[in-house]
Design a protein. Sequence first.
Length: 297
Amino acid sequence: MTHIAVLGSTNMDLVAYAERAPQLGETVTGRDFRTVPGGKGANQAIAAARAGATVSMIGAVGHDAYGVRLRETLEHSGVDTDSLRTIECHSGTAHIVVDNEGGNAIVVVPGANGTVDHLSPGDEGVIASADTLLLQLEIPLAAVVAGAQAARRHGVHTILTPSPARPLPAELLDNIDLLVANEREAAALTDRFDPRDAAAALLDLVPQVVVTLGAAGSLYLTRGAQPLVIPAPRVTAVDSTGAGDTFVGALAVALAEEKPVREALSWAAAAAALAVQREGASTSMPYRPEIEAQYTG
Ligand code: RIB
């Protein structure tokens, strides 16, 4: 079985479902509310575990009821939480509005995630034992850089989700094998608003790039080869929260299993298509048999 390590965030998602997100200064009435375990790190860990990998989560939860639930949710999906610390502060929270088209707007408050600013004793060993390390940007950048450098020292493949988007230092980019950004993140990182142009600019920074295009699928670029455009299954989106994380988790598993890139991207797209049809982040992520049933090649 492939082994994926995730260094990243855990958040309790506080989700309001409303016809549309409010403008600044406006109040709108919602129709439902849920608390759903999430956070980009935890989401990618759960997605990879459900897609069939052995997964280790490195990060932190707060000393509160949310922290207990976040840990339990990871464990119930089969994720190893030995490297998930409990910190004397509140857990990370994400304040999310989901509109009637399944789109979302998110404010993240880091809480315990903000304390993950270095690798703790034992973390490098966990990273060294993995095939792939998944990284995002919801913990302090110093830890993301340290994780990527540790992975490089041990020949571990690294995949970075640059979300929330922010300028990325060379000491991080030099240790990333594959960057997976959505269109908005790709534009923010490159100042180029056409996804192909943005992907090409990102390819100057890392050896492989995926730009996800929502319902239009994804774009894959690697140096010295023609770009690939991979379609996504046509589905009706209910809630896109966590769909990008599902895509990354499933893609990491498929690549670690040495599926060809085109197949791996289609397989990840099948997983994400299942996720957008269900509400919530961790609650929407499919198990491997469901991905196999959705995947049409
Ligand atoms: O990518 C989706 C995630 O972003 C949510 O689960 C929320 O926690 C925010 O971190």
